[in-house]
Write a protein that binds this ligand. Structure first.
Ligand SMILES: NC(=O)c1ccc[n+]([C@@H]2O[C@H](COP(=O)([O-])OP(=O)(O)OC[C@H]3O[C@@H](n4cnc5c(N)ncnc54)[C@H](O)[C@@H]3O)[C@@H](O)[C@H]2O)c1
Length: 338
C-alpha cells in the first residue's frame, strides 16, 4: 500500500505557492500546512487545498504538527537556515529551494543538522528532472561521450523577469548561474574545480542592485574546461524567455542540450510572447514540468527510490563554486581551490 505523506511548505511566495499546489494534487500526498508571516498570502494558497492549515512561523508549525514527513522551505535564500535547522531537529525530512543558502556557513549548518538528526536533505535543482538534461546525463554515464573535454553552459533571460523580482536581493550568479553549476558538477561526477576566473557587467542593471551578465571559465581536476555565461539583460521583447543551452565535447562524442525554445508562442495584435512548457507550465489545470517531476521524484526518493535529487553536499559544492565565480568577478583575480 502506498504510504500517504504529510507535507508542509514554508514560504507562500512565488515558489512556495507552486510547491504547495503540486503537493496538494499529488497522489499519496497530503498538503498539511503552509507557513508565511504574511497570513493573507498563506491563506490564499491554503484555500486551494482542503484541510490545509496556516501558520505564521516555522515555530508555530512545529509546535502544532507532530507527524509531518517532509517540509519544503521556500523562503528567500538568506532565510533558509533557521527553518531548515528547526525542521531537521524535529526529525522531519528537509527540502530547501536552491541555492541551499547564500552563505557557506549556513549551508554547512543545515547539512550538519540534517546529518545529526538522520533526516534526508534535498535541494531544489529542478533541471536534473528536465528530460533533456536527464537524457544528456544518461549519455555521460553510458560511456558514449567518453572523457569530457569542454563544456559551454548558457542561461540568458530578459531584463523584465529576474531583475524585477530579485534585483537588490540576489546576485545574478547565485540565482541563475548556480543552476548550470549544479548541472556541470552533476555531469562531471568525480571531478572537482581547480581554478575559476570570471568577469561581470552591471552597466544596465547596477542601479537595481544586480548584474547584467557574468562569464566564467572553470578548470576541473580531470582537465575539463567549462565556460559559463549567464545574463538577465536580454531586451523585454527577446524571442526566448530563457535562452539556455549546454554543449559538451568528449573524447568519444558530444551532446547539445537546447532549451532556448519552449515550442509555444502567443501573438496578439500588440504583443507576442513565448509560453513556458518547461519549468512549471499549468497543464490540464495542474502545475507540471520540471518542478512537478522533481517534487514527485522527491517523495519517491524518500520512499527509497534512486532519484537524482541534489543532496545538501551537492548543493554546498555548487554554492562554493558560484561564490568563487563572484569573488573572481569582484577582484579580477583567478580563484584557486586547494
Ligand atoms: N528552482 C528555481 O528555479 C527557483 C526559482 C525562483 C526562486 N527560487 C528560490 O526559491 C526561494 C523562494 O523564492 P521566491 O521567488 O518564492 O521568493 P518570494 O519572495 O516570492 O517568497 C518568499 C516568501 O517567504 C516568506 N517568508 C519570509 N520569511 C519567512 C519566514 N521566516 N518563515 C516563513 N515564510 C517566510 C515571504 O513572506 C514570502 O512570501 C529562494 O530560495 C529562491 O532563490 C528557485
Amino acid at each position: 500500500m502506498i504510504k500517504r505523506r504529510r507535507v508542509a511548505v514554508i514560504g507562500a511566495g512565488f515558489m512556495g505557492s507552486m510547491h504547495a499546489g503540486i503537493f496538494a494534487n499529488m497522489v499519496g500526498c497530503e498538503l498539511a500546512a503552509i507557513v508565511d508571516p504574511n497570513l493573507a498570502l498563506a491563506g490564499a494558497v491554503a484555500a486551494k487545498a482542503p484541510g490545509c492549515k496556516v501558520y505564521d512561523s516555522h515555530e508555530a508549525l512545529l509546535a502544532a504538527e507532530r507527524d509531518l514527513d517532509l517540509v519544503s522551505i521556500c523562503t528567500p535564500d538568506n532565510l533558509h537556515l533557521a527553518p531548515a535547522v528547526a525542521v531537521a531537529k524535529a526529525g522531519i525530512n528537509v527540502f530547501v529551494e536552491k541555492p541551499i543558502s547564500s552563505k557557506v556557513e549556513d549551508a554547512q549548518a543545515i547539512i550538519a543538522a540534517c546529518e545529526a538528526a538522520k533526516v534526508r536533505l534535498g535541494v531544489g535543482y529542478l533541471l536534473r528532472f528536465d528530460p533533456r538534461y536527464a537524457a544528456a546525463k544518461d549519455l555521460m554515464t553510458s560511456g558514449k561521450i567518453g572523457e569530457p573535454i569542454h563544456i559551454y553552459a548558457r542561461r540568458n533571460s530578459a531584463r523584465t523577469e529576474g531583475p524585477k523580482r530579485y534585483g537588490g536581493k540576489l546576485p545574478l550568479a547565485l540565482h541563475v548561474t548556480v543552476h548550470d553549476v549544479d548541472m556541470v558538477l552533476w555531469m562531471l561526477d568525480g571531478q572537482w574545480p581547480v581554478s575559476v576566473y570570471a568577469q561581470q557587467t552591471d552597466r544596465l542593471l547596477g542601479a537595481s542592485g544586480t548584474q547584467d551578465s557574468i562569464a566564467a571559465i572553470v578548470r576541473f581536476s580531470g582537465g575539463t574546461v567549462v565556460n559559463f555565461e549567464s545574463a538577465w539583460s536580454l531586451p523585454s521583447g527577446a524571442r526566448h524567455m530563457i535562452d539556455a543551452r549546454m554543449e559538451l565535447i568528449g573524447t568519444e562524442g558530444s551532446f547539445e542540450v537546447q532549451c532556448g525554445d519552449s515550442g509555444l508562442y502567443y501573438a496578439g495584435n500588440d504583443s507576442s510572447r513565448e509560453i513556458d512548457t518547461q519549468h512549471w507550465p499549468v497543464i490540464n489545470g495542474r502545475i507540471d514540468g520540471d518542478l512537478s517531476r522533481q517534487l514527485n521524484g522527491l517523495l519517491a526518493w524518500l520512499d527509497g527510490a534512486d532519484m537524482p535529487i541534489a543532496t545538501g553536499r551537492d548543493a554546498l559544492r555548487s554554492l562554493e563554486l558560484t561564490l568563487a565565480m563572484m569573488q573572481s568577478a569582484e577582484s579580477g583575480e583567478i580563484v584557486r581551490f586547494d
